[in-house]
Ligand binder design. Structure first.
Ligand SMILES: [Zn+2]
Length: 117
């Protein structure tokens, strides 16, 4: 049910912006979600369809872009970016080969922009 609460907060932000901009209809929402997030595109859209019924965002299409994760090396402080393929391998610092990495980002989600009519 994780997606439900996330989708609800996304919808609330969309509706807030729509209201502030006096928008009549939201056509699409461009979302960026970290590659390590367990949010499933299909479920986010499904919950969005369900929750947005009767609002200006009803029928809006979500476009989801996955963004790479970043990690900080505990040894040298270097920040390294990992895409999905790289995340499936061993995580090592590119600067010092250190293996003690802390996740900086990769599970976050945010709204890039909203397409309106
Ligand atoms: Zn390092």
């Amino acid at each position: 049910m994780h997606e439900l609460s996330v989708t609800e907060s996304i919808l609330n932000i969309v509706l807030k912006h729509a209201k502030a901009g006096n928008v009549q209809k939201v056509m699409g929402v461009n979302l960026r979600i970290g590659v390590l997030s367990d949010l499933e595109n299909e479920w986010v859209q499904r919950y969005f369809d369900y929750l947005s019924k009767g609002t200006v965002a009803e029928g809006a299409v979500l476009k989801i872009e996955r963004i790479p994760a970043t990690m900080r090396c505990e040894n040298c402080g270097q920040i390294t970016t990992f895409n999905l393929q790289e995340l499936e391998k061993d995580w090592k610092c590119l600067a010092c080969n250190g293996e003690s990495l802390t996740l900086v980002s990769g599970r976050e989600y945010f709204i890039k922009n909203i397409e309106v009519m």
